[in-house]
Design a protein around this ligand. Sequence first.
Ligand code: PLP
Length: 416
Amino acid sequence: YDALEQFDPDIAGVLLSELDRLRGGLQLIASENLSSPAVLTALGSTLSNKYAEGYPGRRYYGGCSEVDKAETIAIDRCKALFEADHANVQPHSGASANQAVYGAFMKPGETILSMSLPHGGHLTHGTKMSFSGKWFNAVNYGVDKETEDIDYDEVEALAKEHQPKVILAGGSAIPRLIDFERFRKIADEVGAIFWVDAAHFIGLVAGKAIPSPVPYADVVSFTTHKVLRGPRSGALVCKEEHAKALDRAVFPMMQGGPQMHTIAAKAVNFKECATPEYATYAKQVIANAQQLATSLGEKGIRPTTGGTDTHLSLHDLQGINVTGADAELRADAAGIVLNKNAIPFDPQKPNIASGIRVGSPSVTTQGMGVEEMKQIADLIHKAITEGDGDPDHAVAKEVRAQVTDLVGRFPAYPRG
Ligand code: PLP
């Protein structure tokens, strides 16, 4: 850091002020977490210098002896953690992992059956704005209007009607467990590949807090930076029969040189995830998310599906007459970082939205428990119903003071 501060005080200042921002507020974005200093050390290492196109022992560059060790360790740990036949740890991100799945299993124009974005899917699951919807034919299922959970009968009916090459389960705003067994049965009925995008919940699987998709799916893609708490990146695990196709789809089809510093950081993270402390963490993440959902619900901020089984809950704000955009702004002014989110059958446009998504991974990393979640729910409610988005508003100041007290007791990246 000293070298950076001397040479480039502008960027050094940003690193410090971002650390202050993390320490000063409540981070409730469901897709974020606080990686350990061990992970961050590997990430900021000289392994970033190395070109290593190819795979361990089969590189297109010399000098790969040391990075080969890092990648082999990462692969072995990933396979052991998820009890998978095969792992590829090279995807640069969740989106690039997903790109590789399309590359391995589909040709342009073929059909994928996936969850619609407004009901909880992801951009890369076939939306028209993304390569996935431009190059492939996406048919979407959604949630049931009553239960707000996945409508499995609709999935089955659409699969029979459209005979997709691939059926995809997973998304960015799904609070409930997914029935992988049912998906597998539907995929088998129509001869489709079954793909799970586990980006959001893979950390809960790693901590053995929820059932794993690995025994059921042909391929599982995921990000490594959400509940999992590793570096910002992606990875894939699959059945042995798909290993070659998937490896070729990552490199050379979709990517060039792998980021060896990030792969080393993923190895560190997989080791962390295999500890009893991480298993305890994963269970606490769920207990905290459930408490947050319940406490917000008691204040009229209704959790969709009635609650959550995972690390996130989605809340309908129509009952308190606040839009998602206003809630995000008002919470932010009070030191609470969360995001607006469309809810199923949302009457608002996506950039306004009728909901918010809240997640417990970061505050749980800070050591908070269910008592703190009750307090956080009170603070969110006060900030978004009485504040106006101005950080100088009396309510924003009052809530911010309580947030400061709370994060002072449970600091992110404690000093020393
Ligand atoms: N898949 C899902 C379900 C996600 O939620 C996300 C990101 O939020 C991604 C893929 C893409 O990950 P990345 O942002 O690393 O490309």
